[in-house]
Design a protein around this ligand. Structure first.
Ligand code: AMP
Ligand code: GLY
Length: 429
């Protein structure tokens, strides 16, 4: 059977690589894909937002399952469009994708379902938001433990963590008046700032049964020691010792299950990947946000450890029979993924630099180099994005996996290539 993966990042390369291992899958297409997916699957030059084009392709090429990687097409209703066309597709409906697409929808649902999350207030009128802030904090440099969030999708950038009152006012100004994130700033959420370690817990659900995946930890800030601007994620590892078995059960019981039930009750049944971004506070884990898809780069180390047939799991989810599947098996060894980026990322960067050393890296044991922003020009792999590669390795311990990932990183070079040097150090101590 043929499968279509929608997207072109490191997550989609990992999905295509894993799905292609299923004995039931004949051919994997990736739309539009990258140089890495071209080597393992068949790239198709169709945009993830061109639903009609994707549907036509799926029909003509006997695609029996489409797997959607990124949030933008999910929020825009790609799943509804495929379902209307009577095609099987993995991911949440447009209504259910609001869990990621609207912070207000997400916070209201969490509150109604009694899922632990930061206290919050929603404002349609930014003047009212500013008045609220000024009433609470009198001095301009008064400590204000507030996070300002644009309601809509903003590629991970619409969240501003503030320390002082004036930073809060400035953040409201940027989101609601200067429209830095466009229509995403139609509503503003002011949230209590939480302290703690962050972890990502992803679960696959068909709306009734929940299959929780081992916890992972992302590294969002650009530079070592969590300094610098936020990025899409500079590396990840899994499993993470900061979420032990007991905490995982607690998260399932108090976070995942009530969320899935609340979505069902509100007539937005959730099918797909429910990704909880959590802050592990002194009072216990609290939800920072939900994503409605695999995390990138969390997907890479998680799938590197998965032993079962991912295609079977995705298919069972779409068909609503996850309950019938046996639990997944995992490689006991941890996996570490180091993102190699273009000079200038997360700001402006150049494209088109030839990448050398991919073959040497691929020869190392227990290493897989997932491509993200790459393309092939005249038989040469070149850079084509900010996050370029996700160099992923397994090891007998987190420290060994880290060492092996960085050994592979050292094989690879292009003009301006860089990465964080401290991925997974939080687990090594
Ligand atoms: P989000 O897109 O909501 O996950 O926010 C991006 C990042 O902002 C998170 O990974 C956290 O580091 C930070 N963040 C979001 N909400 C809060 C909060 N209430 N308290 C502290 N940090 C937060
Ligand atoms: N790694 C964070 C995300 O996928 O949103």
């Amino acid at each position: 059977m043929n499968v279509l993966v929608v997207g072109n990042g490191g997550r989609e390369h990992a999905l295509a690589w894993k799905i292609a291992q299923s004995p039931r899958v004949e051919r994997v297409y990736v739309a539009p894909g990258n140089a890495g997916t071209a080597a393992e699957a068949v790239n198709v030059a169709i945009s993830p937002m061109d639903f009609a084009g994707l549907i036509e392709f799926a029909r003509k090429n006997d695609v029996r399952l489409t797997v959607v990687g990124p949030e933008a097409p999910l929020a825009a209703g790609i799943v509804d469009a495929f379902q209307d066309a009577k095609l099987r597709v993995f991911g949440p409906s447009k209504a259910a994708a609001r869990l990621e697409g609207s912070k207000v929808f997400c916070k209201d649902l969490l509150r109604n379902a009694d899922v632990p999350t930061a206290d919050y207030h929603v404002f349609k009128d930014p003047i009212e938001a500013m008045a609220f802030v000024n009433e609470r904090y009198c001095e301009e440099d008064e400590v204000a433990r507030v996070v300002v969030k644009a309601d809509g999708l903003a590629a991970g950038k619409g969240v501003i963590v503030c320390q002082k009152r004036d930073e809060v006012l400035d953040a409201i100004d940027r989101i609601a008046f200067h429209r830095e994130f466009g229509d995403a700033g139609n509503q503003v959420v002011l949230e209590e700032r939480l302290d703690g370690l962050e972890a990502s817990v992803l679960a696959i659900t068909d709306g009734r049964t929940i299959l929780t995946l081992p916890a992972a930890q992302d590294h969002k800030p650009a530079y070592d020691l969590d300094q610098g601007p936020n990025t899409g994620g500079m590396g990840a590892y899994s499993p993470t010792p900061i979420v032990d078995e007991k905490m995982m059960h607690w998260i399932e019981e108090h976070v995942l299950v009530p969320t899935v039930h609340a979505m069902k009750r509100s007539r937005n049944p959730f099918r797909g990947v429910l990704y909880a971004g959590l802050m592990l506070t002194r009072q216990g884990p609290k939800v920072l946000e939900y994503n409605v898809r695999f995390g990138d780069p969390e997907c890479q180390p998680i799938l590197m450890r998965m032993k079962g047939d991912l295609f079977e799991v995705l298919e069972a989810t779409v068909d609503g029979r996850l309950e019938d599947l046996e639990g997944l098996e995992w490689d006991p060894r941890p996996a570490v993924c180091v993102v190699m980026a273009s000079e200038g990322y997360p700001g402006d960067y150049q494209k088109g630099h030839p990448i050398r050393g991919l073959e040497q890296a691929a020869e190392l044991p227990d290493v897989k180099v997932f491509h993200a922003g790459t393309s092939e020009v005249d038989g040469q792999v070149v850079t084509a994005g900010g996050r370029v590669l996700g160099v992923t390795a397994l090891g007998n311990s987190v420290a060994e996996a880290k060492l092996q990932a960085y050994t592979a990183v050292k094989c690879i070079r292009w003009a301006g290539a860089w990465c964080r040097k401290d991925i997974a150090d939080k687990a090594i101590g």
